[in-house]
Design a protein around this ligand. Structure first.
Ligand SMILES: CC(=O)CC(=O)SCCNC(=O)CCNC(=O)[C@H](O)C(C)(C)COP(=O)(O)OP(=O)(O)OC[C@H]1O[C@@H](n2cnc3c(N)ncnc32)[C@H](O)[C@@H]1OP(=O)(O)O
Ligand SMILES: NC(=O)C1=CN([C@@H]2O[C@H](COP(=O)(O)OP(=O)(O)OC[C@H]3O[C@@H](n4cnc5c(N)ncnc54)[C@H](O)[C@@H]3O)[C@@H](O)[C@H]2O)C=CC1
Length: 282
């Protein structure tokens, strides 16, 4: 495997691309317009500069990573890719339309992977003529730091495709866990309802945001509190995951918190919009 295309240069796409580029794969990041692509490239430069300033990376490695990355709005650059990892927004119809197009553009051997947080791999794969070469490759935020990759088999994923993505995950320094398709897979089935519960605690006035987060940090030894984590993930992503869990199971325990939905409607998505449960604009 040599050339990898990442669809979406947002929170996850940019970090995933960086992980591959660090291991010297040729990576293309594709997003929908020039402004977003420029902002994504600027975020990459800023992030790498920070690592250099902290002495965690030297200038030569930074230059090497940049040399392995291309930013574009042109999906046709995926024609000769060995792998495409999609990290666009958490919406089935959008993912299906992206993969229907990729299926026509990419060479027949290209593996198509989605970084979806919760959506059925089988449902997305149905937009293509190659469901055997379709798989979930689910990274965790921040993807440059978190060790896990959930490797998710859809109904038609071949063993060959599974093995290729398992081996690639090991090659980039991650720890793969094999997962059979189910809404939310493993981590998000547990983690996102916890964030949802934290929203309800805040909504019902049981404790302040700081109080809830401090309680979970000190009482459960979590590295960050659930509300701060919701802000890191993005409340739009959390809400999309809760809605998938609910719509797939109709189990009321997965009903999204009214506060979470209200905040998404208000555009308070967390770090990416500058405001969520906390204010990041300073
Ligand atoms: C929604 C989904 O589908 C799935 C998901 O992703 S769910 C979310 C999963 N993620 C989590 O649960 C994250 C929980 N939080 C954590 O693990 C930690 O708070 C954290 C890794 C984010 C930060 O860790 P921390 O110890 O508080 O901060 P810090 O000391 O600054 O960072 C630890 C290391 O990560 C690095 N780091 C932190 N954030 C980083 C980033 N965004 N980019 C690059 N490096 C980063 C730091 O440089 C540091 O590296 P060293 O160990 O080499 O010094
Ligand atoms: N935020 C998180 O913590 C995690 C998110 N995910 C999943 O990763 C995916 C991306 O999430 P985020 O990066 O958080 O979202 P984001 O909102 O930060 O970024 C999404 C990006 O996709 C772009 N995009 C939308 N349509 C596109 C298209 N047709 N082609 C190319 N780019 C397109 C948007 O312009 C945006 O830049 C989602 O499926 C999400 O569920 C998975 C793991 C963790």
């Amino acid at each position: 495997m040599k050339k990898i295309v990442v669809i979406g240069g947002g929170t996850m796409g940019l970090d995933i691309a960086q992980v591959f580029a660090k291991k010297e794969f040729d990576v293309v990041v594709r997003d929908i317009n020039d402004d977003i692509i420029k902002a994504s490239e600027a975020r990459l430069n800023k992030g790498l500069d920070k690592l250099v300033a902290k002495g965690k990376m030297d200038e030569a490695k930074k230059a090497d990573i940049l040399a392995h990355m291309t930013f574009t709005t042109d999906l046709n650059l995926a024609a000769d890719a060995d792998l495409v990892v999609e990290a666009a927004i958490e919406n089935l119809d959008i993912k299906k339309s992206i993969f229907a197009e990729l299926d026509k553009i990419c060479k027949p051997e290209t593996i198509l992977a989605s970084n979806t947080s919760s959506i059925s791999i089988t449902a997305i794969a149905a937009a293509t003529q190659r469901p055997d070469k379709f798989i979930g490759m689910h990274f965790f935020n921040p993807a440059t730091v978190m060790k896990l990759v959930e490797v998710i088999r859809g109904a038609h994923t071949s063993d060959e495709t599974y093995q290729a993505i398992h081996d690639l995950s090991v090659e980039i320094g991650k720890e793969p866990v094999e997962v059979n398709e189910a809404p939310g897979f493993v981590v998000n089935k547990i983690l996102i309802p916890m964030i949802n519960e934290a929203c309800d605690l805040l909504y019902t006035g049981v404790a302040s945001a700081e109080g809830i987060d401090t309680a979970m940090k000190l009482g459960a030894n979590h590295p960050m509190g659930p509300l701060a984590l919701g802000d890191l993930v993005g409340l739009d992503v959390c809400l999309a995951i809760m809605d998938t869990l609910y719509n797939e199971t109709h189990d009321p325990k997965y009903r999204a918190s009214l506060l979470m939905r209200k905040m998404v409607r208000a555009g308070k998505l967390g770090r990416k919009t500058g405001v969520g449960f906390y204010d990041y604009r300073k």
